[in-house]
Design a protein around this ligand. Sequence first.
Ligand code: REL
Length: 427
Amino acid sequence: MEKKVGSYRWVIVALLFFATTISYLDRQVIALLKPTLEKEFDWNEKDYSNLVMAFQAAYAIGLVLSGSIIDKIGTKLGYLVAVIWWSAAGVLTAAATSTFGFGAFRALLGLGEGGNFPAAIKSVAEWFPKKERALATGIFNSGANIGAVVAPLMVPWILAVWGWQVAFMVTGGVGFIWVIFWVMSYDKPTTHKSVTPEELAYIQSDEDEVAESDEKPVKWAQLFGIRQTWAFVFGKMLTDPIWWFFLYWLPSYFAETFQLDLKKPSLELIIVYTATTIGSIGGGYVSGFLINKGWPVFKARKIAMLSFALAVVPIMAAQYCSNIWQAVVLISIAAAAHQAWSANIFTTASDMFPKKAVSSVVGIGGMAGSVGGILFPLMVGTILDSYKEAGNITAGYNIIFIVCGFAYLLAWGLMHLFAPKMEKVEL
Ligand SMILES: O=C[C@H](O)[C@@H](O)[C@H](O)[C@H](O)C(=O)O
């Protein structure tokens, strides 16, 4: 079946995967250079956290801005501009000579990277029928985990041989190679020379999308009056912060609770991030499998997402783990479930909205997730500080794990309230 309909759409997923990997590589590089840059520029923890905030706040703004821009100018040009923008910002960071300069380049990086998910999800909606979209999203979104694993392998090596400036130039420069492939390979399926009529018919096989019109452009503000937008916003806002928590705090949780030595490459962390890759692809596969079995799209997404939300709950038992490996198992399941959830929640945007609004909706929801990602660490920091003072930081982590365990169920409940059957929005 697959062979008969053609498979060019998977080339597109490969491009989205590499863009996502590169975007995570560019984000992570500063974390790995932190000890070197701290000495060179005399940074304290506050300076560093300001740099993190500069990225995160600009990323939130970038998501919402680029979401609506990409819906207007299209995926080909929109993605191109975003990657050129963020890659240039990455390369130019090598020229920073002050903390302020670093902050400015990190903010520019965040602004540009905001384009990644809105453009990628829109491309998936353009190139895949609904039953394959979560799988395609799961595959490209696993680039986030790969980027987070490649960075600690690559950056220390570049740093040792050529220095920190080259680390920014190389990681930023990779984006320009991607740009060449994008320009050569991307077009809409309707006009693409490598798409056979069979593959095009397959891509366009969703009946409710045939009648979608591009004529009336979407008014961005109008999206806020639609309950499906809020379903997506609450879903992202409550669950994205948990992902950021896994990215930024897991190493120190392992170090503080189980005395993991972070100076050596850690098998524990590699296992967790590998599990997320399996979760991302597997989670995308599950809802497609249910749709293929004849389930309505909304039911397949909801049941899949409910299962992934439940799979995060055991993380609450992390407090009873007596050794690191028990914790690795619980956290791997939860982090994998996040990525499985993520592949599906991203896809609900194109389940509920016509293609011309998908980037805007993903941008708005992504911004909410990113803002949550700024607020949640403040809470995490306060909790951990006060428990650290009381001499019991582990208890602080336990509270946070309880919050993580409930967040997805609450998000699922709210999504259900705002969009019980994920009805398609007419615009
Ligand atoms: O892989 C990414 C996560 O699953 C997403 O939750 C997150 O929104 C995304 O990666 C992002 O960086 O904006």
